[in-house]
Design a protein around this ligand. Structure first.
Ligand code: ZN
Length: 154
């Protein structure tokens, strides 16, 4: 395993649509293993492949109980609303309030290509939405309705 460099928002790869994963091979497993290690080191809640320079629909989401591997994830259903402070490993020192659904159902593939579905709420739902946005070239900054300073207050 290896720690990969996390790119910042100036990098074009964070602003393009990522390509679906079609081959579930050792290279994908290696990418996922590296992303786990990179996420742990960075102490984040989620990480998308474009953040480590890979233009593929792959993301990790920490639910608080486990770290889900999302390959080609799709949000099937979303409901409710939550508004809270969000940040991003690719946007260090930028924080702001974002409204997200409070609950979502995601369909994704695992590293072997098997489909599964998972329902996420609250912070895990926020994290999933944030990471899936990355796969479509979107940053949370586009959704912030109020930025906060380092002190957590305006
Ligand atoms: Zn992010």
């Amino acid at each position: 395993m290896a720690i990969r460099r996390i790119v910042t928002k100036e990098d074009n790869i964070l602003h393009v649509v990522c390509k679906p994963v079609e081959v579930f091979d050792e290279k994908l497993a290696q990418l996922l293993d590296d992303m786990h290690e990179t996420l742990e080191k960075a102490q984040g809640l989620g990480l998308a492949a474009p953040q480590v320079g890979i233009r593929r629909r792959v993301a990790l989401v920490d639910t608080g109980e486990e770290i889900l591997e999302f390959i080609n994830p799709v949000i099937l259903k979303k409901s409710g609303k939550q508004r809270d402070i969000e940040g991003c490993l690719s946007c260090p020192d930028e924080w702001g309030y974002v409204v997200r659904p409070n609950k979502c159902k995601v369909r994704a593939q695992d590293r072997n290509g098997e489909f599964y579905e998972v329902t996420l709420t609250e912070l895990a739902c926020r994290c999933a939405c944030h990471e899936i946005d990355h796969l479509d070239g979107h940053l949370f900054l586009e959704l912030v309705d109020e930025f906060v300073t380092d002190e957590g207050e305006e």
